[in-house]
Design a binder for this molecule. Structure first.
Ligand SMILES: NC(=O)c1ccc[n+]([C@@H]2O[C@H](COP(=O)([O-])OP(=O)(O)OC[C@H]3O[C@@H](n4cnc5c(N)ncnc54)[C@H](OP(=O)(O)O)[C@@H]3O)[C@@H](O)[C@H]2O)c1
Length: 244
């Protein structure tokens, strides 16, 4: 389905070379948005463009969020491409080791926090001027059930997602008056590489696909959606296509 609501709407999804990010990108593209994919590897991202409805209409940015210059590189490239941004969705993330805090390696702790939390702050900050030029801008952070209740062995991942929930609330409060909406989404267990690595004993076919859970992201990205400062469950939206 395509909609005039998304016509010309520029949507950047970090971590969209696969998994949930790519599922969201496909759903936004199917609704008429101009999508910008992101991941670390240009050749992977070029192949991903073929998964979108009209590969000629969409673009990609390759940048490593584990590198200091990654967030700024994304903003510079986006500005060169489009000069403004309407929708920013943060899907890039890593799991880190599943191990008790007493043995958690300090380097892995820093890497997980850098990619899952620090980079989401820095990418949003670097893209703020582009969002300010956007139409009814919307920013969405991807959280987790582990960002609301800590669980043994999930160390830095769980702590990073608590941080993401807080970060979304602070941005939402600071940007409300400017009309830039900021929300968080808990996708719930979803059929991706990350989930398979975290739960190798689980049958992936029992889980929703990234496309199944993408509807809430499409709804949050719409220019006529009003909510801000909320944390939403993607599972509640399965089978609930926003009326476009
Ligand atoms: N799947 C679930 O059940 C589940 C549940 C709750 C929350 N989440 C959250 O949902 C988000 C997406 O997860 P997923 O399951 O789709 O994971 P995934 O399949 O492993 O995809 C992760 C994405 O992040 C990108 N990424 C990883 N490290 C990066 C780096 N250093 N720089 C730039 N990009 C990087 C990857 O791109 P490249 O590797 O190509 O660079 C890939 O596009 C994550 O924030 C995750 O915490 C997932």
């Amino acid at each position: 389905m395509t909609s005039t609501l998304f016509a010309g709407r520029i949507c950047l999804i970090t971590g969209s070379s696969r998994g949930i990010g790519l599922g969201i990108a496909k759903s936004l593209a199917a609704n008429g948005a101009k999508v910008v994919l992101h991941g670390r590897d240009g050749s992977t991202l070029r192949s991903c463009l073929n998964d979108l409805l009209d590969p000629a209409k969409h673009r990609y940015i390759a940048a490593d969020l584990n590198a200091t210059q990654g967030p700024r590189a994304i903003a510079e490239e986006l500005n060169r491409m489009h000069g403004r941004l309407d929708v920013l969705i943060h899907s890039a993330g890593i799991l880190g080791p599943k191990t008790p805090l007493s043995e958690y390696p300090a380097e892995a702790w820093e890497e997980v926090l850098r990619i899952n939390l620090n980079a989401t702050f820095l990418v949003t900050q670097a893209l703020l001027p582009a969002l300010r030029k956007g139409a009814a801008p919307s920013v969405v952070f991807i959280s987790s059930g582990l960002g609301r209740a800590g669980r043994a062995d999930w160390g830095a991942y769980s702590v990073s997602k608590f941080g993401v929930e807080g970060l979304a609330q602070v941005w939402a409060d600071e940007l409300r008056e400017e009309g830039i909406r900021v929300n968080a989404v808990n996708p719930g267990g979803t059929r991706t590489r990350m989930r398979a690595a975290a739960y190798p004993e689980e049958d992936p076919l029992t889980l929703p696909t990234p496309e199944d859970i993408a509807q809430v992201f499409v709804w949050l990205a719409r220019p006529d959606t009003r909510i801000t400062g909320k944390s939403v469950e993607a599972r509640d939206w399965i089978g609930r296509a926003p009326a476009l």
